[in-house]
Design a protein around this ligand. Structure first.
Ligand code: HEM
Length: 496
């Protein structure tokens, strides 16, 4: 016998054996469906894979892992946490239409959103029956419509001017902190009303802070009623806010005084069952829900917008030129039409929100089986009872929709490209879509434009800290740490 045969045969067997083991590990890590199957279960990333991804999870959060899984497994995949919990991810406009648009009987908000009940209050939104919560949210939608917000621009401008008047000639600030404060003043003026803004701003903002901070701990998501000090502080804050708004509503009703704010619109509407108005408890809950959904998101979006713009000279110069042009046409005056003319600024904000979405993930519960078809033509069956989710962060960076998705390029929304529109109805998921699409998008854009047009017109700004990293592990992520910016007063108005 050829003496080389035995070692050769042995090494062939060893290679075969190793190949089998590796194949098995890979197959266990990612169980791919047979491609020719007509309709099958999505590929699964198992607990073993997640164990391997643990260091990334702990240092960078879930989004990079979802990004890798999407690249590896495609637009539909399931994460199985040691068979204890399964979440199926649907990413991209091709597979999210049903997720966003299906009726409540087929897709609904998951039980884990019930942590909002002690924050919004009993009988509000997720604690109300479906018909009542639909009416409550419709009222919020109506109050935030473009026509309703026209009169809010002037008070927004006033708040912004007053706030930045305290900056003086030059200095260095944490932009994140400054934007958070000015946005809270705007919310107090336009949503909560004159009484809160003028007489109890500090008290109400402290209570809201206590409510949100203590009501969104990780443990709260699982056991929202666990008797811990944080939950006690949350409940006390909610009770005090309830009393404050009860008094404000009572006093407006008794005096017959009507204000031009969202609170008044909600008070006056008689769109609940049998033509009734909302109760004081519902009014408080809806206002809190708007702030809960809107404040952190707007604050994160406007800070990212600052960080992106100040680190991209080309777009900063274009945004300043646009302001100069508008000053040339309209002077210092600001109204809705002028805000609409700020197309450059609008695209810069939209691009910042695409790259750094304040809502990283949207979660739902499947009440019925459904099937999705990927752009490659694979059909996947999602079973009834499954938790389903979409990663907004991954969806916003799909290379078949967004050219060079990791590059800040506001022109992608401009004429001739409009990548989000070309991509299809759910190609820009930052504001959700379908049944629960964000009703505050327009409000968010006008307040961010009012703030940033003012800053560009009145200050020379430079970011003096490194470009921020993404926060992770937060319900509404923003830029991590401080965003330090130096400013020097300038008057664009005088130079035009
Ligand atoms: C840049 C700012 C904002 C972003 C990125 C944003 C994003 C979102 C997203 C993704 C959803 C859908 C959540 C889901 O489907 O589960 C949502 C819902 C909602 N947003 Fe916003 N939002 C912003 C600002 C605002 C503002 C300023 C308000 C109110 C003043 C607001 C009020 C709401 C409400 C009430 C909902 C719930 C709608 C429903 O469940 O039917 N948002 N938002």
């Amino acid at each position: 016998m050829d003496p080389t045969i035995l070692p050769a045969a042995c090494s062939t067997i060893a290679v075969l054996f190793l190949t089998m083991i590796v194949t098995k590990i890979i197959a266990r890590k990612f169980s791919f469906p047979a491609p020719e199957t007509v309709s099958c279960q999505p590929p699964v990333a198992s607990g073993a894979f997640l164990l391997g991804a643990l260091p990334t999870l702990l240092t960078k959060g879930l989004q990079p892992i979802l990004h890798d899984l999407h690249a590896e497994l495609g637009s539909v995949f399931t994460i199985s946490i040691f068979s204890l919990k399964k979440v199926t991810f649907l990413v991209g406009p091709e597979v999210t239409a049903h997720f966003f648009q299906a009726p409540h009987s087929e897709i609904c908000q998951p039980d884990m959103y019930k942590f909002t009940v002690p924050i919004f209050g009993k009988g509000v939104l997720l604690d109300a029956d479906f018909a009542t919560s639909t009416k409550q949210i419709r009222l919020a939608r109506d109050a935030l419509k473009r026509d309703e917000l026209k009169n809010h621009i002037e008070p927004m401008v006033r708040e912004v001017k007053d706030y930045f008047a305290k900056w003086g000639q030059d200095g260095i600030v944490d932009l994140k902190n400054e934007l958070r404060q000015v946005l809270m003043l705007i919310a107090a003026r336009c949503l909560l009303g004159k009484e809160v803004r003028e007489k109890m701003f500090l008290e109400v903002s402290t209570l809201l802070h206590d409510l949100f901070e203590n009501g969104t701990h990780l443990i709260t998501l699982v056991w929202p009623y666990l008797p811990i000090p944080a939950h006690q502080r949350r409940d006390e804050a909610r009770a005090k806010l309830g009393k404050i708004f009860h008094e404000i509503v009572k006093s407006r009703k008794i005096s017959g005084r009507a204000e031009d704010d969202v609170l008044q619109k909600i008070m006056d509407s008689k769109c609940m069952e049998n033509g009734r108005s909302m109760t004081e408890n519902e009014i408080t809950g809806i206002l809190i829900a708007m702030l809960f959904a809107g404040q952190h998101a707007s604050s994160s979006a406007s800070s990212w917008m600052g960080a992106c713009l100040l680190s991209h000279e080309q777009y900063l110069v274009a945004a300043i030129e646009e302001q100069k042009k508008l000053i040339g046409l309209h002077g210092e005056h600001m109204d809705e039409n002028i805000l609409m003319e700020m197309v450059n600024l609008q695209r810069c904000i939209k691009e910042a929100i695409r790259m750094h979405s304040p809502s990283a993930m949207i979660i739902r519960h499947a009440n019925k089986n459904f099937t999705v078809q990927t752009r490659e033509g694979c059909n996947y069956e999602i079973p009834k009872g499954q938790t389903v989710a979409t990663s907004v962060a991954v969806g916003n960076r799909l290379p078949h929709i967004y050219k060079d998705p990791h590059i800040y390029d506001p022109h992608r929304f401009g004429p001739g490209r409009e990548e989000d529109k070309v991509g299809g109805k759910f190609a820009y998921p930052s504001f959700g879509g379908g049944r629960h699409a964000c009703p505050g998008g327009y409000y968010a854009f006008i307040q961010i434009k009012v703030i940033w047009s003012f800053l560009l017109r009145n200050f020379e700004l430079k970011m003096v800290s490194p470009f921020p990293q993404e926060e992770f592990g937060k319900f509404t992520p923003g830029p991590k740490g401080k965003v330090m910016v130096s400013y020097k007063k300038r008057l664009l108005l005088a130079s035009t």
